[in-house]
Design a binder for this molecule. Structure first.
Ligand SMILES: NC(=O)C1=CN([C@@H]2O[C@H](COP(=O)(O)OP(=O)(O)OC[C@H]3O[C@@H](n4cnc5c(N)ncnc54)[C@H](OP(=O)(O)O)[C@@H]3O)[C@@H](O)[C@H]2O)C=CC1
Ligand SMILES: Nc1nc(=O)c2c([nH]1)NC[C@@H]1CN(c3ccc(C(=O)N[C@@H](CCC(=O)O)C(=O)O)cc3)C=[N+]21
Length: 363
């Protein structure tokens, strides 16, 4: 009886089912189901198989799971992000030793949204861990645009600050375009300045910074040796911070792109043609198994809270893609959490390091 135990498609629920056994060899072994075991090669982080991978578990009952082959390889964003942070840590200590300076990142948070406060706290912790000096400004919800612009101007002029991040969304009374335009392009580590986005969109032009989440998605494809050139890619979502730059990046890598948004007709049919799907719609479990071409690669950017009385927080996070269904059809997939999210932060640190290197003329 192939029962679906979890109708919510969640990767976190299934992850808890996985009987993982870490051996002394640095490989992950998965009992009761097939596992892909790739060697960890810290000397060559860009090589294929740099990360130990496991195959994802389907939502079958445990008895069935013992005999059922599931197919998709889990793209482990958490592990890749850790490896990138380690690389950044050693670069920063080389910088400190050579010129006595380290990168600095300023983060500005306006208002008291709980999720934004958590993200900012996580960014600060991540900075500290790799040796980036962080500067934090918290402004009350009812601050004026002028007050915010004053802090941006100060950070623009401060030579110890190499990156400035304005946590989004801003309160509704603030003009986001006006605020983001005020960040000096050389410090725009989020890559949201129109000049950076414009360069990203134009052939033969190079942006100073690429937005962190889409950059993290592409980095995952690269580090897992998944080729993009000539592939059909579908991006679900067209926001300024994720969907649109993700589509531009895929296009720069010579994929053929379709972009799906809330007015798209036949979204299931269009998605089913994709070799690579990047989903950033913010709709829990919207992409079902029937939307996926067998063997497609799925990068699930969505982070959607769903009620879960069994979780200490009262909710848990799921992606846009119905994970358990996708696992049986896709060739590789990112989980939520533990997929794109940690990569976003790693790319922010990486952009900040590049910015400092450029400003300090350090190779
Ligand atoms: N992992 C990470 O690091 C990050 C994750 N996120 C997550 O990614 C998701 C998207 O974020 P963001 O881009 O900021 O969100 P936005 O709400 O700004 O954009 C969502 C996009 O998806 C489209 N969309 C919404 N519903 C549907 C639907 N049913 N069918 C097709 N298209 C749809 C919208 O279309 P339209 O344009 O027509 O409105 C829009 O373009 C969220 O879950 C967010 O939490 C975001 C940033 C980083
Ligand atoms: N100027 C700006 N730049 C951003 O990059 C930006 C932003 N504003 N506003 C909000 C979104 C969202 N975002 C995330 C970053 C990390 C995780 C992340 O690490 N998620 C963990 C889970 C975290 C948890 O458990 O709560 C994971 O997916 O594994 C998620 C989301 C960056 N954003």
């Amino acid at each position: 009886m192939a029962l679906t135990m979890f109708s919510d498609c969640s990767s976190s629920t299934t992850a808890r089912l996985l009987p993982l056994n870490r051996t002394g060899s640095g490989f992950l072994h998965l009992r009761g189901s097939s596992a892909t075991l790739l060697h960890l090669n810290p000397r060559n982080p860009r090589s294929l198989g740099v990360i130990s991978t496991q195959r994802c578990q389907s939502s079958y009952s445990p008895t069935v799971a013992m005999t059922t082959e599931t197919s998709a390889k889990v793209i482990d964003g958490k592990a890749v992000a850790k490896q990138i942070r380690d690389e950044i840590t050693s670069e920063i200590s080389r910088m400190r030793d050579a010129i006595g300076k380290v990168p600095g990142l300023a983060v500005i948070l306006v208002g008291d949204r709980k999720d934004s406060a958590t993200y900012v706290r996580n960014k600060k912790k991540a900075c500290e861990a790799v040796g980036i000096t962080s500067y934090e400004v918290r402004l009350p919800e009812d601050s004026t645009e002028q007050e915010l612009l004053k802090y941006i101007a100060e950070f623009n002029a401060n030579p110890s600050v190499h990156g400035i991040l304005i946590q989004l969304p801003l309160p509704r009374h603030m003009d986001e375009e006006n605020i983001l335009n005020a960040v000096r392009i050389e410090k725009d580590v989020d890559g949201f300045h129109p000049l950076n986005i414009g360069r990203l969109a134009m052939r033969g032009r190079e942006p100073l910074f690429v937005p962190c989440t889409p950059k993290g998605c592409i980095e995952l494809l690269h580090r897992y040796g998944i080729s993009i050139k000539g592939k059909r890619a579908v991006v679900i979502g067209r926001s300024n911070i994720v969907g649109m730059p993700a589509a531009l990046l895929l296009q720069r890598e010579d994929a053929t792109i379709s972009i799906i948004h809330s007015s798209t007709e036949n979204r299931e049919e269009i998605t089913r043609q994709a070799d690579i799907i990047i989903s950033a719609a913010g709709q829990a479990n919207m992409v079902r198994g029937s939307w996926i071409k067998p063997g497609a690669v799925i990068i699930d950017v969505g982070i959607n809270p769903v009620d879960d009385p069994n979780s200490p927080r009262g909710y848990r996070l799921v992606g846009d893609v119905c994970y358990d269904e996708a696992c049986k059809i896709a060739s590789a997939i990112t989980p939520v959490p533990g997929g794109v999210g940690p990569m976003t932060i790693a790319m922010l640190l990486s952009n900040t390091l590049s910015s400092a290197k450029r400003a300090l003329n350090f190779e």
